[in-house]
Every structure is written in C-alpha cells, then in structure tokens.
Write a protein that binds this ligand. Structure first.
Ligand SMILES: *[C@@H]1O[C@H](CO)[C@@H](O)[C@H](O)[C@H]1NC(C)=O
Ligand SMILES: *[C@@H]1O[C@H](CO)[C@@H](O)[C@H](O)[C@H]1NC(C)=O
Ligand SMILES: *[C@@H]1O[C@H](CO)[C@@H](O)[C@H](O)[C@H]1NC(C)=O
Ligand SMILES: *[C@@H]1O[C@H](CO)[C@@H](O)[C@H](O)[C@H]1NC(C)=O
Ligand SMILES: *[C@@H]1O[C@H](CO)[C@@H](O)[C@H](O)[C@H]1NC(C)=O
Ligand SMILES: *[C@@H]1O[C@H](CO)[C@@H](O)[C@H](O)[C@H]1NC(C)=O
Ligand SMILES: *[C@@H]1O[C@H](CO)[C@@H](O)[C@H](O)[C@H]1NC(C)=O
Ligand SMILES: *[C@@H]1O[C@H](CO)[C@@H](O)[C@H](O)[C@H]1NC(C)=O
Ligand SMILES: *[C@@H]1O[C@H](CO)[C@@H](O)[C@H](O)[C@H]1NC(C)=O
Ligand SMILES: *[C@@H]1O[C@H](CO)[C@@H](O)[C@H](O)[C@H]1NC(C)=O
Ligand SMILES: *[C@@H]1O[C@H](CO)[C@@H](O)[C@H](O)[C@H]1NC(C)=O
Ligand SMILES: CC(=O)N[C@H]1CO[C@H](CO)[C@@H](O)[C@@H]1O
Length: 779
C-alpha cells in the first residue's frame, strides 16, 4: 500500500478523543479509511454490470474520465465530494464519495447514480449485487478489530454475527436475506457503521470470499435500471463504541428521512400494559377446557375485572382468522367457530382496543377479486393502498388500534418479482404504511429483515418492531440488548414479545415453565416497547407486573431502550476476557432539554465474572457533554451505595441467572445546594425509579430542587430522596383535580418554585384519542 498517496483528504480528519478518523482518496477511484494512520479499510474493486458484461476497475474495463472535486450544502450540512464518471457507449454512471465538513456528521456517503438508463445489469445470482460501490478489502487487522453484523429477520437479530474482522469475517451472511448494518470496532471505542442510506429494499452487500472483499450495490436480480436511479451507502464513525455509533447513525438517519417518532407517544400499546395471546402465550391456539375462544376471551376479561389489572388493550394472534393449508391467510375476518358473535360484539364485550395480528396472504385469498395481489411461492402480496384502506377501516370497527404485520421477510423472499423489480417491494410497504397513517392505525413489524427495518424510517405509522424470536420458541429470546440498538436508531420501539409473570402455568401448550418471570417483566419495561403478559387465568403475579406501571397501567419507562454495553459486544466478538462476560445493558431517563439531568439504569444478567463499570463504559455519557458525578445503588440493597464517575468505577459482581434472575443498579446525579447534598431516588417500588411518565417536571436550579409527580386520580406514590444521607421515603397522593403532587426538597428562599396552578392533566399520557371505537361500517 506504499503507493497510496492521498490526492485529497476529504473532510478528512474527524478528531475525537481516541483517534483521528481519516477518509483519504487517492487517484483513480481508490480510497481508504484509517484510524491514527492504521488503515482499517482500503478500496476493493468498483464495478457495475451493463449489457450482460461486468465492467470493473480490476481488469481496467472500467476507467474514469478524471477525478472531480465538488462541494456544496445539503440537508446534513456542508460537504465535499470526489466524483468519478464512467461512460460506456450511451450509458453514463457517476460514483460519488461525499464527506461532511463538520464534526456533527462524522460520516461518509457513497452514492452511485445511473445518469442514463442501464440494461442487462443482472448478476449471476440474486444474492450478489449488480454493482460494487463502495467496495472494501476485508483486511487482516491482526485481531484488533471486531464486527457485529445484523442478518435475517427480527430486525437482523435472528442470524446476527459477532467476531473478529479479517479472514473470519468472510462468513458474514450477505445478499437478500443476509444484508444488514455492519459495525466494526476496536477496544478503544473507535467504531464504524455501514448501512444503506436509502433505496433500502433493493440494496444489498455481497462478499467475494475468494478475493476477500465486501461490496454494496443493487440486488442481483435487477436487470434494468431507469435513468436517474441512485442508491447511497453511509459510513458513520464514533469514538464511543457501538452504542455511540448507533446514536449518531440514528440521529442522522431519522433526520435525513424525517422520521417522526411522536406517534409512539399516543400508541396505546407502547404506553399501557396489554394482554397478549401470541406464540408463547398461554392461550395461543389454546382455549379454556371445553370452551371456545369467545368464551375464553370473556373469561380473561372477567379475570381482568376481578384482579383490576389495568390492561388497556388485548392482542389477538393468528388463531381467529381464516387460513389455507399453507397457513396463509385467506380471509382476515373472525371465524364463527372462534367468535360466534362476531368481532364487533366481542370487541365491545372486551371493552378494550385491539392489537390484531396478520400473516402473509394466501394465493387463493378472495380479496384478490377486488384488489390487486401478486402471486408468489405459496403466498400472494397486496400492493394497493385501496386494499389496506378496506382492511383497516373494517377492523377499526372491531376495535383495531395496532396492526401487527408478521412474516414480513417471507413476503419479500417468496415473491420472485420482489427480487427483480426495483420498485415493487417499496410499493408494497408504502401502501400498507400510508393506509395505516391515513386511518390512524399504528403498525408493529414482526419478522422484518434489516432492509424492512430501515424502510420503516419512511413511515410514521410504524412505531414498533419485534427484535427477537417468539417467546418460548427460544429460551433466551429476552436477550434483545443488541437488536434494540438497531430498532431504536430507526425510530422504532423494540418489542421483546409476550412473557409469563409466574413460573408454572399448568396445562400450557408448550409443556414448559418460565424460570425468570421477573427478568422477563423487567426486560419488557426497559425495552420501551410493549409490556404484554400472556398468563393463564389466575396465574398473573400482579405485584411483579405492576412494578411496570402507575395504577392506571401507564408504563413507567426510561428515555430510550436498554441496550447492551460496548464491552458486552466486544466480549462476544473477541471472546478473550477483555469485556463483560454476560448481559450488561444500560439505559437512562433524561430530564431537561439542554442541560440534561440523567438518571441511569444498569441491568445485569448471567454475568459470569465481576466487571468494573464506569459511566462511559455504560454509555451513560452518550449525547451529553458531561456525565455528572453520581452515586450508584444496588436495587437489592439500598444501603449499599458508591460514588460513580469516570474516576470511581463500580465493580458489578457476578450475577447468575439461576440465583438472581437479574441484578439492577441505579445511578443518580448528586445535587449540592448550600451545605446540603441531595439525592433523588424516586419511586423505588417500580422498575424505573425516575421516569418521565411519573415525574412531570424536575425543578432544579441554584436555589431549588423540587419534583412534580403525576398519576391517576388519588393514586398513592411512594417517592424517596435523601438530604445529607438522611433518607426520606413518603407516600404522596396524586390530586384528583390536577393529577399532580409536588415535593419541594430544597429551597434557599423557603418558597416553592412551582406555580400554584400547575396542572398535570394536559401532561398525562392519554390513550383516549386512540381508544375510541370507530363506528361499524355499512356493509
Ligand atoms: C491515536 O493517537 C493518539 C495520539 O495522537 C493516541 O492518544 C491514541 O491512543 C491513539 N489511538 C489509537 C486508536 O491508536
Ligand atoms: C459498446 O461498448 C463496447 C465496449 O464496452 C463495444 O464493444 C461495443 O461495440 C459498443 N457498442 C456500441 C453499439 O457502441
Ligand atoms: C500483530 O500483533 C502481534 C502481537 O500483538 C505483534 O507482535 C505483531 O507485530 C502484529 N503484527 C502486525 C502486522 O501489526
Ligand atoms: C443467499 O444468501 C443467504 C444468506 O447469506 C444464503 O443463506 C442463501 O443460501 C443464498 N442463496 C443463494 C441462492 O445463494
Ligand atoms: C367487566 O367489568 C365491566 C365493568 O364493571 C362490566 O361491564 C363487564 O360486564 C365485565 N366483564 C366481564 C366479562 O365480567
Ligand atoms: C415493477 O413493478 C411495477 C409494479 O407492478 C411495474 O409497474 C413495473 O413495470 C415493474 N418494473 C419492471 C422493470 O418490471
Ligand atoms: C412435558 O415435559 C416433561 C418434562 O420435560 C415430560 O416428562 C413430559 O412427558 C412432557 N409432556 C408432554 C405432554 O409433552
Ligand atoms: C447491604 O449492604 C450493607 C453494606 O454493604 C451490608 O452491611 C448488608 O449486609 C447488606 N444487606 C443485605 C441484605 O445484603
Ligand atoms: C446548613 O446551613 C443552614 C443555613 O444556611 C444552617 O441553618 C444549618 O445548620 C446548616 N447545616 C449544617 C449541617 O451545616
Ligand atoms: C391512598 O392512601 C390513602 C391514605 O392511606 C387512602 O385513604 C387512599 O384510599 C389511598 N388511595 C388509593 C387510590 O388507594
Ligand atoms: C387542569 O386541566 C384540565 C384540562 O385542561 C382541566 O379540565 C382542569 O379543570 C384543570 N384543573 C385545575 C385544578 O386547574
Ligand atoms: C473481482 C476480482 O477481483 N476477481 C478476482 C477474484 O479472484 C479470482 C481468483 O483469484 C480472480 O480470477 C478474479 O479476477
């Protein structure tokens, strides 16, 4: 590589604490990425298929009409580009490498632009790509760099791979089902993430295992490209490890695609607990002895009434509609043997809005008479908004609020034309999401591939996604700390799926037990996604479950999903004892817009040896300038506390599943006012001590420390704080008129900083707007 003389350093140096990230471009379409003078990536061959031939820089059948340097300003900021123009006969293609002149966007974007139409582009197999841009050599970096590659469905969780970058990385899955974000990292925090920036449904990467290269491009089945088509791949850098890079990537992607996550705030299933009947649930294809499903659902309702568990919706899985012999749905309508009185009536009797599950469509669906469906292998796919309008509007009369689209990946993989047509997959997904938006329904994606997860950046309606296998199908499906990183980045709340709150549930269809009900409940709460138990009637541990919520069933949750810390990911990749040997996840709740006050949570499970943690190792310093001096508490022993800062690490002890389920730690900023040291613990009888759902406002300035709590009318809230080490734990009753109660912990003036008429009613998360039942449509 000695001859690599930079012609131009683009955006060149992104300075960071640990290193300088340099993207260098040399003449003739060659580029590299280095950290502190060590090249992590050097360019592989640029190529593209045209007229049945492969044009490549390797055999010089692809050459460029010079290197052009441009600069400009786009949505992300000021940029500079190196541009290479290739021409063959009438076809003209531009390859662009763009970087940003600001440390806010430590990213490089590679774009391939077909200026004119191209024909005869398809590759030898659909898994390959029809072009290579960017393309990198998979270098042997002497065991210093690890990787994490998301692959297959469940947001890339199902076949994700971690290992050491270099020859071992050649086993990374690629192609149509394999492609997902790839993250590479060293042990110091230097991290790069690669993912498509757009054209999600048609962009893949392909690994050339003979030549040790990885190339991004349009999927191999596409044989024709219209003039003006482009795709881009983004590479993002962070010196804060995998958590840091996903945070940057997410911020950039959500902004670039205008992903509006506000709809999550009014999605009942993300804000309140609900009862589930999906795979792993007690009543999944299982009714009460001698009863049909309608009677069983009413028994469940009666149990809810009796126990006063404040469920705010019910999920009905695939057992209620019509399917063919291929288990594909023919009619998405209630079967009379399931609901003899019909779903409108049952919906009314349940008195709760519904999350309704759906599968892939049958080739013989009668709906194909009136609406356009494309037929594939054992299934068919609807592609018009008109169809979804029909489907969703009718279901709203049953009480539908969330549409759960399962089997996302098969609808892409088992319809040949999806893999050859440049627009079809997007048309299919657009139609579903746009109709949901128009009908005020939200969507959960289930079994979604990475490309579909990324596509959800385009849709406000897609508020949630399943990020691991079905409950009870895989005993450790609760391990969502890695897939949640990806889901959160694309603005989707991760769902861990249903769970049981008690160990033994006699007569269950899985002939199994739940060894870790408390861990399951905790993981659901920390996910920020749905919290939906599926216990047998009479078998819910209400005390455990209600640690999730206020008395109204409102989930008290952190500001972002709990995610695996960098050192858990490093240990999984390197397997050399240098990281955390088990599950160590972190999350936090932020108060305040600009000067964030951050309360952290560290969850530990199955940790086989002690691990020393600091705020930065816990990624609690991501997205804030400085992590405040804090204390750390062990939830199992409140008298055990230690100071917690970069210079005061805390040693997490071994925490084995069978002994403890989990271990849980809380970090709390220390507030000093006058001669007082104030520590606000919060609601220590809930999983999340400090949640923005409970704490409507923290009044913190030089003269005051006060909190305003909100909740259900007359709800009693236990809230704790300490002053100079003296603990105050009291029960406060929420005012029925304002839905508030305030506690002044410190005031230098002796006066409360809280306006007398402060009213929490408008600040309450309310499901009212979306629980209203639509009127049944005229048939
Ligand atoms: C990069 O260089 C800086 C000094 O310039 C050094 O402090 C740092 O440890 C280096 N980082 C890596 C990843 O080598
Ligand atoms: C197109 O370019 C190829 C070289 O890539 C050449 O062999 C062929 O004759 C050209 N065809 C036309 C119609 O110009
Ligand atoms: C690879 O690592 C070993 C051990 O750390 C070191 O001795 C060797 O010089 C390194 N090789 C290269 C090419 O960096
Ligand atoms: C395509 O790639 C996937 C994932 O890497 C692999 O499982 C599958 O066998 C490949 N299919 C073909 C036809 O090569
Ligand atoms: C549940 O309670 C509500 C309100 O008291 C009542 O209207 C309903 O009939 C009860 N449902 C069942 C199934 O017991
Ligand atoms: C792709 O599918 C769309 C929608 O069915 C169709 O209009 C278009 O012609 C197809 N494109 C190609 C190249 O077949
Ligand atoms: C259920 O599991 C137990 C223990 O694994 C086994 O002994 C029993 O035969 C199983 N019963 C059924 C019906 O599968
Ligand atoms: C709690 O921690 C304190 C201080 O480390 C210790 O003395 C006490 O024994 C612990 N209590 C329990 C129940 O573990
Ligand atoms: C703290 O300061 C207040 C007045 O500012 C004083 O009344 C009080 O005694 C002091 N407390 C301690 C523990 O020093
Ligand atoms: C709250 O506590 C008070 C005092 O113990 C009690 O009177 C009231 O009924 C409680 N409220 C609720 C909703 O349980
Ligand atoms: C609080 O706000 C709600 C909604 O705006 C209003 O109905 C209620 O009267 C207010 N309560 C008080 C005590 O101001
Ligand atoms: C694109 C490319 O570099 N292909 C090469 C991969 O390796 C084989 C065997 O070494 C070569 O024949 C190809 O040219």
């Amino acid at each position: 590589m000695k001859d690599l003389k930079p012609l131009l350093l683009l955006a060149s140096v992104f300075s960071s604490v640990t290193a300088d990230f340099v993207i260098g471009v040399v003449t003739d379409n060659r580029y590299y990425v280095s950290i502190n003078d060590t090249k992590w990536f050097t360019s592989g061959p640029t190529f593209c298929n045209l007229d049945g031939k492969v044009f490549s820089t390797v055999d010089k059948s692809m050459t460029f009409d010079g290197d052009y340097v441009y600069s400009g300003l786009d949505k992300l900021g000021p940029w500079q580009s190196n541009t290479f123009k290739f021409k063959n006969n009438d076809t003209s293609i531009v390859f662009e490498l763009k970087s940003y002149q600001t440390n806010d966007i430590p990213a490089v974007i590679f774009t391939m632009n077909y200026v004119t139409a191209a024909k005869g582009t398809k590759a030898t197999t659909a898994n390959k790509t029809i072009s290579g841009w960017p393309s990198f050599n998979i270098l042997d970096l002497n065991q210093t760099v690890g990787y994490l590659a998301y692959s297959a469905d469940m947001f890339g969780d199902r076949k994700k791979m971690l290992g050491i970058w270099g020859p071992d990385a050649l086993t990374i899955r690629d192609g149509l089902d394999g492609t997902g974000p790839i993250v590479t990292f060293d042990k110091l925090g230097n991290t790069f993430l690669f993912a498509p920036l757009d054209s999600f449904m048609t962009t893949s990467y392909s690994i050339d295992r003979d030549n040790s290269t990885i190339s991004w491009g349009t999927m191999g089945g596409v044989d024709e490209i219209p003039a003006g088509f482009t795709y881009s791949v983004i590479m993002v850098y962070s010196d804060q490890g995998v958590n840091g890079v996903f945070s940057k990537f997410g911020t950039i992607m959500r902004y670039y695609h205008d992903k509006n996550t506000e709809r999550q705030k009014t999605d009942v299933s993300l804000n309140y607990i609900g009862y589930w009947t999906d795979n792993g649930g007690y009543y999944y294809y299982n009714t009460e002895p001698g009863k049909n499903y309608e009677q069983t659902m009413l028994d469940i309702k009666q149990y809810i009434n009796k126990t006063q568990i404040p469920y705010k919706y019910i999920q009905l899985d695939s057992w209620w509609y019509y399917k063919d012999t291929n288990a594909a749905v023919t009619k998405w309508e209630p079967r009379p043997d399931i609901f003899p009185d019909g779903l409108v009536k049952v919906g009314q009797e349940l008195g709760l809005p519904l999350v309704l599950h759906n599968r892939y469509w049958s080739k013989d669906t009668p709906y194909a008479v009136n609406y356009k469906f494309l037929k594939g292998l054992g299934l068919s796919v609807p592609i018009t908004t008109r169809f979804w309008d029909f489907l969703l509007q009718r279901a709203k009369a049953w009480g539908l609020v969330v549409y759960e689209q399962d089997w996302m990946y098969v609808q892409f993989m088992y319809l040949e034309v999806m893999k050859t047509n440049l627009t079809l997959a997007t048309t299919w997904m657009d139609a579903m999401a746009k109709s949901a938006e128009n009908n005020d329904v939200t969507i959960q994606y289930c079994m979604a591939q990475s490309r579909q997860a990324l596509q959800s950046l385009k849709y406000t309606a897609v508020t949630q996604g399943r990020v691991s296998d079905d409950y009870h199908l895989q005993h450790d499906q609760w391990k969502i700390g890695i897939s949640s990183l990806f889901a959160h980045a694309v603005g989707v709340a991760p769902s861990k799926d249903t769970f049981w709150t008690t160990t033994n549930q006699p007569g269950n269809p899985f002939n199994t037990t739940e060894q870790y009900p408390a861990l399951q409940t905790l993981v659901a709460v920390l996910s920020t996604g749905p919290v939906g138990p599926s216990d047998k009637i009479g078998y819910t541990n209400k005390d455990l479950l209600m640690k999730c919520c206020n008395s109204d069933g409102l989930i008290l949750k952190p500001s972002k999903p709990a995610t695996a810390i960098n050192d858990q990911i490093i240990e999984t990749a390197f397997n050399d004892g240098s990281g955390a040997s088990g599950q160590v996840w972190s999350t936090y709740t932020d108060f305040g817009e600009y000067n964030k006050i951050r309360f952290g949570i560290i969850m530990v499970a199955n940790l086989s040896k002690p691990y020393s943690i600091t705020p930065s190792r816990a990624s609690l310093d991501v997205e804030i300038n400085q992590y405040p001096d804090s204390v750390i508490y062990d939830s199992k022993n409140m008298t055990k506390s230690a100071s917690f800062s970069e210079t005061s690490p805390f040693t997490l002890p071994t925490c084995l599943l069978n002994n403890a389920n989990y271990c849980l730690y809380y970090t709390i900023p220390i507030m000093k006012r006058g001669n007082q040291t104030i520590i606000i613990y919060g609601e220590t009888n809930k999983f999340v001590w400090m949640s923005s759902q409970r704490v409507a406002k923290l009044w913190v300035d030089d003269d005051n420390v006060a909190v305003t709590l909100r909740g259900a009318a007359n709800e009693n809230v236990t809230f704790a704080y300490s002053i100079n080490g003296v603990m105050n734990t009291n029960t406060y009753t929420i005012d029925a008129k304002t839905h508030c109660v305030s506690i002044v912990i410190y005031s230098s003036t002796g006066k409360s900083p809280i306006p007398a008429n402060f009213n929490c009613t408008n600040l309450l998360h309310t499901s009212a707007k979306h629980t209203k039942k639509a009127q049944p449509r005229q048939k």
